[in-house]
Design a binder for this molecule. Sequence first.
Ligand code: HEC
Ligand code: HEC
Length: 305
Amino acid sequence: MSEMSAFWQGWIIVLSVGNLLACLWLVWWATNKRTAAATGDVMPHTWDGTLQEYNNPLPRWWLWLFYGTIIFGAIYYTLYPGLWDGVLGWTSADKSFTKGDVVSQYEREMQKAEDTYGPIYAKYRSVAVADLAKDAEANGMGKRLFLTYCMQCHGSDAKGSTGFPNLSDSDWTWGGTPEQIQATIAVGRTAAMPPNAHLGEEAIDQVANYVMSLGGRGDPAKAEAGKAVFTSGGCIACHGPDAKGNPMLGAPNLTDNIWLYGASEGVIKKTITGGRNGLMPAHQGLLGEDKIHLLTAYVYSLSNK
Ligand code: HEC
Ligand code: HEC
């Protein structure tokens, strides 16, 4: 155990045991104080001048309930991790935290789920993505996986939001073949659009208008000047001379009026000036091949009806 966690463990022990003892003392104090005064007497205070309170001790059964919970607390702390590891050696944590050959509850439950659902996922392993995409049952499973692992970024309808691509259209930054989608999900993607502040405000204004002109917008004079910046500024290296993008680099097509970060001149300038680094996390460690296969088919099905 590291120095840091040893400190916090000590701190937690002091707080927990202190609390338990404080409860014990409170119950003991309340009982003694009440029984010391004459039982059955009326307390000196009144409410509304009429309501009064008898000075009776807590009922026995109630008192024992309090002692019971305190004793339960002490037993729990002894058996389970709370102050230290606990004599049962129980742990909810994953393997990296367990000691010796203790099998954690987490591991047991993961294993159980694997035994139950593994064969169901594996059933589809040998079916090609394009065929699987037409299978209603497989798509149902793919959708449920999507709603668990992908929805928080891409939305429940897979239509995405600013910075998170729409997966239900046929516009792909990293490619829309089964292999490309599978690779995106398994190993993740990191987009590297470099910052271009060094070009200066005027050139950025021009190249932004050039980018907009590709979709029929922007100021034509600025766009004309911006076309040269697009080449000299190195944009063509990633987005290509025709600005149609490059799936190997995740450089989007700038001519299709589909925007990951927004269509406004302000946002386009911000992207060009500051750069962007969209990150699609890798999922192969988390999900494994079979689930990724089903997810690939589900995503593929959204734009290949
Ligand atoms: C090293 C490769 C590279 C270069 C050079 C580059 N880009 Fe990009 N660009 C990208 C990538 C990758 C993205 C996607 C960023 C993301 O997904 O986070 C991107 C995104 C963009 C976007 C946002 C598109 C959207 O859908 O929101 C614009 C606009 C853009 N680039 C314009 C330019 C311009 C103008 C230049 C030249 C000044 C340039 N890029 C240079 C790789 C590059
Ligand atoms: C933490 C947020 C996050 C999660 C979770 C996430 N994604 Fe993504 N995903 C992204 C971002 C951001 C991008 C765009 C990266 C870039 O800028 O190019 C992306 C890109 C993609 C792409 C490529 C789209 C294209 O146009 O090429 C696919 C396919 C994809 N995600 C599928 C999935 C699936 C399936 C899941 C669930 C297993 C998932 N994503 C989970 C954030 C996420």
